[in-house]
Design a protein around this ligand. Structure first.
Ligand code: URA
Length: 240
C-alpha cells in the first residue's frame, strides 16, 4: 500500500499533520536511511523502512485493544461525560469502541479501528456470542430461566432471541446472548420480574476478558486473539 508520509505518521498517533510536517522539516524522519525532505513523499508500506526519532515505525492498518471497562464511562469516542476513549492513551486515528456497554456495565470492550470486523461482530446475522456475569436483585428461579431461554417479547413488541443461562447461584448467573440490542440483558430480567443490579461482560465470540486487567486497564490483543475473532462465522464467511 502507498500512503503519504504525513498521513501515515498522523494515523499512527505521531502527531497532527502539521506537527508531522515540523518533525520532517527538523530531520526526525528517515526513509530507507535517508533524511526525508519531501513532505508529500508516498511511503510504500511493504518495502520502505521508515524511522522516526531513531525508532523504526511499525506500519499497521488495524489496531485492537481489550479494555476492562469500569462503570461510569459511556461507550463512545467523545461526549459531555467521561467516555471509554478517555482511558486509551494511544492517539491512533479512528479508534472506537466495538459496540456499546451501558454506562454502569463493566468488563470486556474491544477498542479498534477495524470497521469491517466491527460490523461483523455486531451484526445480529452472525450470532456472535456475548457472555455476561449477572447479579440480580432477587433470587433467580427456574421460571425466570425458562422464560429467558425461550426468548422474551416485551410489552412494546421488542423481541429478544433465546439466551442461554448457566452457573446459577442465588442472585448470580452467566448469560449468553447473540444480539446486541440496547439494554437487552437488563430488559430480559425486568420482563420476568427480576432486576439486574450489576452486569459484567466477560466474553465476546472467543475473546475472553483477561482477568489480570483491572477495571480501566487495557492491553493489545495477541495475534491468536485477533485471528480467532476473524475466523468462523456462524452464518458463513462474510466478505473479507
Ligand atoms: N445488556 C444490557 O442490558 N446492558 C449492557 O450493557 C449490555 C447488554
Amino acid at each position: 500500500m502507498k500512503i503519504r508520509i504525513d498521513k501515515l505518521l498522523s494515523n499512527l498517533g505521531y502527531g497532527t499533520r502539521s506537527e508531522v510536517h515540523k518533525y520532517i522539516k527538523n530531520g526526525y524522519v528517515l526513509i530507507n536511511g535517508e533524511i526525508l525532505k519531501d513532505q508529500g513523499f508516498r511511503v510504500d508500506t511493504e518495502t520502505d523502512i521508515v524511522v522516526f526519532d531513531d525508532e523504526i515505525v511499525e506500519y499497521q492498518e488495524y489496531f485492537y485493544f481489550m479494555l476492562n471497562k469500569p462503570a461510569g464511562y459511556i461507550s463512545a469516542v467523545q461526549g459531555q461525560e467521561p467516555v471509554v476513549m478517555d482511558l486509551i492513551e494511544e492517539k491512533i486515528k479512528g479508534l472506537f469502541p466495538c459496540g456499546r456497554l451501558d454506562k454502569d456495565t463493566t468488563g470486556l470492550l474491544l477498542i479498534t479501528n477495524d470497521g469491517p470486523l466491527t460490523h461483523q461482530l455486531l451484526s445480529p446475522r452472525y450470532e456472535v456470542e456475548k457472555e455476561y456475569e449477572v447479579n440480580t436483585r432477587d433470587l433467580i428461579d427456574q421460571d425466570q430461566i425458562r422464560r429467558i431461554e425461550q426468548g422474551i417479547t416485551m410489552a412494546d413488541g421488542t423481541r429478544y432471541r433465546p439466551a442461554k443461562i448457566t452457573g446459577i447461584e442465588g442472585n448470580l448467573c452467566n448469560i449468553v446472548v447473540t444480539e446486541g440490542q440496547y439494554h437487552e440483558v437488563k430488559n430480559m430480567f425486568l420482563a420476568v420480574g427480576n432486576e439486574v443490579v450489576h452486569l459484567k461482560r466477560i466474553r465476546m465470540k472467543d475473546l475472553i476478558l483477561d482477568d489480570s486487567l483491572q477495571e480501566g486497564e487495557y492491553r493489545p490483543l495477541t495475534e491468536e486473539e485477533i485471528h480467532s475473532l476473524k475466523t468462523y462465522w456462524k452464518a458463513g464467511h462474510p466478505a473479507e
